[in-house]
Design a protein around this ligand. Structure first.
Ligand code: GLP
Length: 236
């Protein structure tokens, strides 16, 4: 596990974008695992800039997002689909047909989860998986539990996560209590993983994730077992 710390969020975001630039140089048709949350926004802005400058192109990339809230329509501005469109996809040359987000709105989510995993596998697995981290150590929406879950699955969000994510909603009562998340198999079989962590309040979980005992009660600790992980941390 490689760890790089930064003085500012901007420096971290630019360093993260350099990793994408290299990845796309090496493999223009990369399969990218993408994340939501506030932390990747600086990186996404930098990718949009470099894309518009012609330094990078996403036209041959395939993407798979980590997670989606249950029961929120994809058009709703609280959905992760909306987030991705408005923070990255709409301003870049990704092809719409290559973008995937777990179905958490209609149909059988568990069955849709199996299909999602099969699609990822059929794409050859993920080349570069981006991750943020929740204050409780969750990755995607893999919440602390007694075991790691392999497949894309439905989760009950913890009170801690609902509270942390309520800042994006008018009322905490509007925050969904369930989500669909990629499981550990697709994450851990990614060829490379990039985790971005920002802010002093995440310092303790950053330390626990990277140095603590490997346990499903802090899901991010599983990354210590992956052969090619880079963790970026900026205090401010
Ligand atoms: C959500 C997402 C995670 C993300 C986390 C942290 O819970 N499901 O994938 O890592 O938020 O978000 P932030 O970067 O806003 O702290």
């Amino acid at each position: 596990m490689k760890i790089v710390t930064f003085d500012t969020y901007e420096e971290m975001s630019s360093y993260a974008a350099d990793i994408y630039e290299q990845q796309l140089k090496d493999k223009p048709d990369s399969v990218l695992g993408l994340a939501t949350g506030s932390t990747p926004i600086g990186l996404y802005k930098e990718l949009i800039k470099r894309n518009s400058q012609g330094r990078i192109s996403f036209k041959d990339c395939i993407t798979y997002n980590l997670d989606e809230y249950c029961g929120i329509s994809p058009e709703n501005e609280q959905s992760y689909k909306y987030f991705m469109n408005h923070n990255l996809f709409d301003y870049t040359d990704f092809k719409k047909e290559n973008l995937h987000i777990p179905n958490a709105y209609d149909g059988n989510y568990e069955q849709a989860g199996r299909q999602y995993d099969a699609q990822i596998a059929a794409s050859g697995g993920i080349d570069l998986q981006l991750l943020g981290i929740g204050l409780n150590g969750h990755i995607g929406f893999n919440e602390p539990a007694d075991f790691f879950t392999k497949e894309t699955h439905v989760v009950n969000l913890t009170e801690n996560t609902i509270e942390a994510n309520s800042r994006f909603f008018d009322d905490i009562k509007d925050v969904p209590t369930k989500a669909v998340t990629m499981g550990m198999y697709s994450i851990m079989t990614a060829k490379k993983i990039l985790m971005v962590i920002n802010g002093e309040k995440k310092y303790n979980i950053f330390k626990e994730a990277t140095e603590g005992k490997i346990t499903p009660s802090c899901p991010a600790t599983i990354l210590q077992l992956h052969p090619d992980v880079i963790v970026l941390y900026s205090k401010i």
